[in-house]
Design a protein around this ligand. Structure first.
Ligand code: COA
Length: 173
């Protein structure tokens, strides 16, 4: 099985959206909770101020998926800034279609992001993993990733939409 990793282009966004929907199913979430669509991905990734970067994994046409797809994996990440460590990468998604797993494609995608981070002199790559799929932790740990919940007792926190709205409404300045 041969495959290539390359930067995502606007023409790939329909496929990325297909894979994003697969991930929603993977976490037994409903598609109604998904706020993004192809147009939004295009604006956010290829508009005036790009908010994310993305690499895709592609197989040759002869090795396409059962449903005829050749774009079979992707990783999407953004740059964050930390006052202790400077500029970092936050990896939002790393996904390989089930029928293509176990062929070193996920590893190659992760390595590509690490290479981009290292080349730019960044200090860290961070991500989160659902405890629902804790087995994927070993994929990350095997490559040197540390679990900051175990190591430093860090919690991942979020103000969901309604809480954000309430908080914003309290703003006085
Ligand atoms: C996690 C994921 C990206 C791995 O992709 P993949 O292409 O199957 O992984 P690879 O073939 O590159 O695996 C590389 C190595 O990791 C190991 N590995 C892969 N998935 C693993 C898992 N879930 N648990 C433990 N080890 C795993 C492989 O055995 C392989 O080991 P080796 O280097 O000793 O041969 C894929 O399973 C996936 O898309 N999962 C669902 C999405 C997800 O949970 N993403 C975030 C998790 S990081």
């Amino acid at each position: 099985m041969s495959f290539a990793i390359r930067p995502c282009a606007p023409k790939d966004l329909k496929d990325i959206m297909r894979l994003v929907k697969e991930i929603v199913g993977f976490y037994d979430a409903t598609l109604g909770s998904l706020r993004t669509n192809v147009e939004e991905l295009k604006k956010a990734g290829f508009g005036e101020q790009a908010r994310y970067k993305c690499f895709v994994a592609e197989v040759p046409f002869e090795e396409k998926s059962k449903e005829g797809h050749t774009l079979i994996g992707y990783t999407l990440f953004s740059y964050t800034y930390n006052t202790w460590r400077g500029k970092n990468i936050y990896l939002d998604n790393l996904y390989v279609m089930p029928e293509f797993r176990g062929r070193q494609i996920g590893k190659a995608l992760l390595e590509q992001v690490a290479e981009a981070a290292w080349r730019q002199g960044l200090s860290q790559l961070q991500m989160h993993i659902s405890s629902q799929k804790a087995d994927n932790l070993s994929f990350i740990k095997k490559r040197g990733g540390e679990n900051l919940t175990e190591k430093d007792g860090l919690h991942l926190l979020c103000f969901p939409n309604e809480a954000l709205k309430r908080l914003a409404a309290e703003s006085r300045f």
